[in-house]
Design a protein around this ligand. Structure first.
Ligand code: EPZ
Length: 418
């Protein structure tokens, strides 16, 4: 087991590069199930979740090479249809093989993802959509068992905006007979990336990025070579918040300002400078951030995946901040650990009321989920003294060498085995 230690209290300065997006590459990898041949990707982040998806695709018959950000996926011999519980329980995104397996093999057996630290993670909308396309869905011993003689297009009205739900339907409707309309589709940039990849495979997907996606099924899809994975907007946002601590000054490269409007606006309201640059975004922090309120919303609203990180900044603000979580109402596991460092946070329903303090102090703290671990690393950077963060495997699920990148811009941060 590893812990991460941070001697905090000073601002970060310099240039930091963002890796490929976890929440883009996972559906792109699942999309390779739909073709039969060799697909290749560049700018693939080296993450635990990516390696879990590699393992899952190899179990069903894919042959995968992955080194230094380059990945090939040979989908020729995919012929198994089960995603085992021990893999799915570690990564909810495994559910993304459900749609393409039904589309390619006519059947799929995928463990229900179960809940996690950020809350209950239902897939009722995924199953509703797949049923409308013609799948017969049963729940057996914690598994979704789906079969379909033939997928036919249909109208799918989502009750909630669901990212992987939208992706799962896209990953089956592209080879269904006829037209599919997804209503109340998620609009995240990762959806647009998946649509572009599918269209490069020969699919006919229109409207990605809006709440209505139209898909006309085709008979066959071809492999895609040399797809460059889009930058990770949540990693970029995490570094933007890091810059806002202790009057830091970071230029975050290989990221897209247009993916980070809501976060940029909130950071500017705290008094930080956010400047669009040639290569990405520069953020300059102030001595004491102003307190602001924010509410998490589906894209393009304030991302739930940035809530914990922004809370860390608000712990050091000059007043009262009300943070409301509408996507995962229980996504507050980080508050207990921040309180151990002297933060003043009170949970009221699906909101956290944060009273800013002038400084927080180092302490041994424990990560509980991916973005909570990022918020605790940021807290360690802000706090005077030596903070120890345990269970950092949560961080390694979704950040590619975050501690190394932070060290290069002046953080005194290192790992120790315990
Ligand atoms: C995706 O999760 C992301 N993961 C999450 O990122 C992100 O937090 C989330 O979207 C919201 O932006 C990946 O893309 C791999 P949802 P997903 O389905 O698709 C409810 C991270 O830290 N819902 O958009 O699982 C659900 O309970 C991770 O990188 C249903 O009710 O989230 C939630 O309240 C965490 N029924 C809301 O919709 C369903 O069938 C949004 O969930 C599906 C979802």
């Amino acid at each position: 087991m590893e812990i991460i230690l941070i001697e905090g209290g000073k601002g970060l300065k310099g240039e930091i590069r963002v890796s490929g997006a976890k929440n883009a590459v996972l559906p792109l990898m699942a999309a390779c199930i739909l073709n039969s041949g060799v697909n290749s990707f560049t700018n693939v982040p080296d993450l635990a979740d990516v390696r879990t998806m590699v393992e899952l695709l190899e179990i069903i018959g894919a042959k995968i090479e992955f080194e230094n950000g380059d990945m090939t996926i040979d989908s020729t011999n995919i012929n198994k249809w089960e995603a085992p519980y021990d893999l799915v329980k570690t990564m909810r995104a495994s559910v993304l093989v459900l749609g393409p397996l039904i589309a390619r093999l006519g059947k799929a057996r995928v463990s229900l993802p179960g809940g996690c630290a950020i809350g209950e993670r239902p897939i009722d909308q995924h199953m509703k959509g797949l049923s409308i396309l013609g799948s017969k869905i049963d729940l057996e011993e914690g598994y979704v068992e789906a079969t379909a003689k033939e997928l036919r297009g249909g109208i799918i009205p989502f009750d909630v905006s669901t990212v992987t739900g939208t992706e799962n339907i896209m990953l089956s409707a592209v080879i269904a007979k006829g037209e599919t309309l997804i209503l109340n589709a998620a609009c995240e940039p990762e959806i647009v990336e998946l649509a572009n990849f599918l269209n490069n495979m020969g699919a006919k997907v229109e409207g990605a990025g809006t709440d209505i996606i139209t898909i006309n099924g085709v008979d066959e899809l071809k492999p895609v070579v040399n797809h460059e994975v889009m930058p990770d907007r949540i990693e970029a946002g995490t570094f933007m918040v890091a810059a806002a601590l202790n009057q830091g000054d970071l230029t975050i490269t290989n990221c897209k300002f247009e993916h980070l409007g809501a976060l940029s606006g909130k950071l500017i309201q705290t008094g930080a400078e956010v400047i669009k640059t040639e290569s990405g975004i520069r953020v300059v922090g102030v001595d004491r951030p102003k307190s602001i309120d924010f509410t998490t919303l589906p894209y393009p609203g304030f991302p739930t995946d940035m809530q914990a990180q922004m809370m860390t900044l608000m712990c050091l603000s000059n007043g009262l901040s009300i943070i409301t979580e509408t996507i995962f109402p229980q996504r507050f596991m980080h508050t207990g650990e921040l309180r151990r460092m002297g933060a003043q946070i009170k949970l009221v329903g699906n909101s956290a009321v944060v009273r800013g303090v002038s400084e927080i102090s180092a302490a041994p703290i424990m990560a509980s989920d991916l973005r909570a671990s990022a918020s605790l690393i940021l807290a360690g950077i802000a706090a005077k003294g030596k903070t120890e963060v345990s269970r950092v495997y949560h961080l390694d699920r979704g950040y590619d060498g975050m501690d190394k990148k932070l060290e290069q811009v002046g953080a005194r941060i290192w790992r120790e085995k315990i």
